[in-house]
Design a protein. Structure first.
Length: 140
């Protein structure tokens, strides 16, 4: 270990001007690399709350999803469910909408596809803040 330290000191002696400065320079470079490779602190998560969702909802009827977040945030989402006869996963989109002054965003759509469970994911952003809500509903 002492030999390794001497090699570091010899390696950096020309840069620092003395044989003992190599360890200090090595430490400074190590901390510099750590700080440069660290992602900037992320902003607080944006809160996204479920206000209501229609469940159960009959096939071919209207469903309404209401979420609340920060006023002026933009929200969009996806609905996921399993297809008929093992046809694989299906997806429907909830178009991007801004929240109103109370932070409310509302989507209404006609439910299609087979009966069963649907998963909903809503993503909202406000500046550099982001938030996600996971919910679900049943189709009869």
């Amino acid at each position: 270990m002492i030999e390794l330290k001497r090699r570091w000191d010899d390696l950096f002696a020309g840069i620092t001007g003395n044989a003992g400065g190599g360890a200090i320079l090595c430490l400074a470079v190590t901390f510099g690399v750590l700080f440069l490779n660290t992602a900037p602190a992320s902003a607080d998560d944006l809160e996204v709350k479920l206000v209501s969702i229609t469940s159960p909802v009959p096939h071919e009827e209207m469903n309404t999803l209401v979420v609340q977040t920060t006023a002026g945030a933009t929200c969009s989402g996806d609905i996921h469910w399993q297809g008929q006869r093992g046809g694989g996963p299906l997806r429907g989109a909830l178009n991007a909408k801004p929240s109103n002054d109370a932070g409310i965003v509302r989507w209404t759509w006609r439910v299609s596809g087979v009966a069963g469970h649907r998963d909903v994911e809503v993503n909202c952003t406000a500046g550099d803040r982001k938030g996600t809500l996971h919910a679900g509903f049943e189709v009869t």
